[in-house]
Design a protein around this ligand. Sequence first.
Ligand SMILES: C[S@@+](CC[C@H](N)C(=O)[O-])C[C@H]1O[C@@H](n2cnc3c(N)ncnc32)[C@H](O)[C@@H]1O
Length: 330
Amino acid sequence: MNAPVPPADALRRSLATLLDGLPPREAAQAVDRLIANYRGTTPTDAPILRHRADVAAYAAYRMPATYEAVHSALEAFAEAVPDWTPRSHVDVGGGTGAATWAVTATWHGTRPVTVLDWSEPALTLGQEIATANPALHNTSWQRTRIGAALTLEATDLVTVSYVLNELTAADRAALVAAAAAAAQAVVIVEAGTPDGYARVIEARDRLMAAGFHIAAPCPHSAACPIVPGEDWCHFSARVSRSSLHRQVKGGSLAYEDEKFAYVAATRLPVTPAPSRVVRRPQIRKGQVLLDLCETDEHLNRRTVTKRHGDLYKAARDATWGDPWPPADRP
Ligand SMILES: C[S@@+](CC[C@H](N)C(=O)[O-])C[C@H]1O[C@@H](n2cnc3c(N)ncnc32)[C@H](O)[C@@H]1O
């Protein structure tokens, strides 16, 4: 029997075939339109993803990046709740289903999945792509508007990926309240910008007020030590560039880094990281500088030198977003 194809590879293949029928010029124009729309006023009264070409462009151009960002956030969450696997999943504002793929990459097996979005073409295309992932065959794609009337069925996990940005303040509050009422665990991902971070912190406060504990990225469920306007907490996920990326952006780089902000919160007992690396580590001669968010509710810079032995080796391997010290080094 052949080994199962990893979700990231199956997704890449599925997205590559998606554009086969679309002439390169048309695909590039659809991406231009998409970028222009996202630069325009959001929230909007109607879906931005209105036509199949727009959705195909979104899927081919943005979905690999949103997939990798959500996957990173879910892996950090899974480390904080190692004995837990979601038995059901609702992806709100799920679009073409990036987060559903990321969940199948983090936790093996199948579970009932529901994707909610107001864009019918996004749901249709997401369903087509998902045929390439056996773990998503039990998925229901439902047209739903996020707003004051939103209620969610009870579920283990709710994901909200790159959606808060498209909502009014009132709809963001309604969505987080509905997620907190329905789920054991809520994972929210936004762009890694100061505004994206601010929306994540707003959601984090709401989830804690609803009785959730923060599992990741924070090592504690106290207030975030970052002063708004001075800095923002964000992370980076490496994304292989598709041929469409190269066509639209030019250049020959095989990858790019997607910056994202996130919060993963749960009602389950959690063991958050003892501290987390919140910037790219700086490797100097004989020493590594680590910027850490720590349980004392401060950001601290720690210097790990050769004199620290194995810990120094671990620091040289540490990457932005990792727990510190690594799990096998208490
Ligand atoms: C940037 S896309 C993100 C899609 C997907 N979650 C991902 O990570 O790739 C934002 C999605 O939110 C949906 N959306 C925005 N506002 C909405 C609303 N009020 N009700 C339902 N869906 C909405 C859009 O249709 C779109 O699919």
